[in-house]
Design a protein around this ligand. Structure first.
Ligand SMILES: Cc1cc2nc3c(=O)[nH]c(=O)nc-3n(C[C@H](O)[C@H](O)[C@H](O)COP(=O)(O)O)c2cc1C
Length: 306
């Protein structure tokens, strides 16, 4: 009996734990069999290669870190030729979710059409945190109409058996309004949260410690914010949620499940110890076995009574 099993709308997970985009690659298979994860999510890819932002790109902060990688990636074609087979060679029954991003609504659709011709993909996590070149560079993810338009177009391109997950940015006034726009557009599920914009300055020289001046804050420091956002979105819409933001223990996973997550992703904690994620899966399994629980029964069961 598998007490850990869960699912998004179309993807069955043997356990609720996957990896956060940009924090994981096939090299983790040198540490543990990555087929023990609920699913695998790739680093975001874009149509053309990206060299990323100027260094330094990472700085530690209290209980977290700020990154400004700038979506460095080899581009769609090289990814499909070189990296995708590395994933599909290793993965057996573990679903592979491809993260991608575009700089215009049409580009999102173009990338999806290309990916649709590839084998071994269970679904897509669409990163809408990037600038929209046709809307003065304003991020897609902060504008409900842009999100709606991207999702509507992607729905036409993506085959019905594949999961369409929209990954939301927390850098908005009302994340539930963006979530509703994505659901109205026809997404299958939502992923949240991406990083929170943050900054760190060298107090002596006055220089920012990130090359671009600022970046995305992640790690345990953001977990309470992520948890509230997941709770808020779970109250507002009726699609499965893949939650992330600061998870480093199995207890953190349970908090997110109670708040409304169907599955969770671990990101920054992978950098602290590459075995963290597999420890989380094992600890979670021990917990549900000892307490005779089923993860599915705990989803969205936060007890709000006094
Ligand atoms: C170094 C680094 C690179 C990231 N790259 C991406 C990315 O390519 N695409 C994306 O959607 N999110 C990216 N993220 C955000 C994570 O997927 C995740 O949403 C966020 O870090 C919160 O989870 P965590 O606190 O467990 O890291 C990145 C985060 C980090 C730390």
């Amino acid at each position: 009996m598998n007490r850990l099993k869960t699912s998004l709308a179309k993807i069955a997970f043997k356990n609720p734990v996957t990896v956060a985009s940009g924090t994981f690659g096939t090299e983790y298979n040198n540490f543990f069999d990555i087929n023990n994860l609920g699913a695998v999510v790739t680093k975001t890819i874009t149509k053309y290669p990206k060299h990323g932002n100027p260094p330094p790109r990472l700085v530690e902060t209290p209980s977290g870190m700020i990154n400004s990688i700038g979506l460095q990636n080899p581009g769609l074609k090289v990814f499909c030729k070189d990296q995708l087979p590395e994933y599909t060679d290793i993965l057996d029954d573990t679903p592979l979710i491809i993260s991608f991003s575009g700089s215009s609504t049409e580009e999102f659709a173009e990338i999806a059409s290309f990916l649709e011709k590839q084998q071994g993909i269970a679904g897509y996590e669409v990163n809408v945190s990037c600038p929209n070149v046709k809307n003065e560079g304003i991020s897609f993810g902060v504008d409900p109409e842009s999100v709606y338009n991207v999702v509507r177009l992607l729905k036409k391109v993506i085959s019905p058996e594949k999961e369409l997950i929209i990954k939301l940015t927390p850098n908005v006034t009302d994340i539930a309004a963006i979530a509703k726009a994505a659901v109205d557009g026809g997404c299958d599920s939502l992923a949240l949260i991406n990083t929170l914009i943050g900054m760190k300055i060298d107090w002596l020289s006055g220089k920012p410690l990130i090359g671009r001046g600022f970046g995305g804050l992640s790690g345990p420091a953001i977990m309470p914010v992520a948890l509230y956002n997941v709770f808020k979105v779970a109250q507002a819409v009726d699609v499965p949620i893949l939650a992330m933001g600061g998870i480093s223990t199995y207890q953190d996973v349970l908090e997110f499940i109670y708040a409304g997550a169907h599955a969770v992703a671990v990101g920054t904690a992978n950098f602290m110890n590459p075995m963290t994620i597999i420890d989380i899966v094992n600890d979670l399994n021990d917990h549900v076995e000892e307490n005779e629980l089923f993860i599915k029964d705990l989803i969205n069961q936060v007890d709000l009574s006094n």
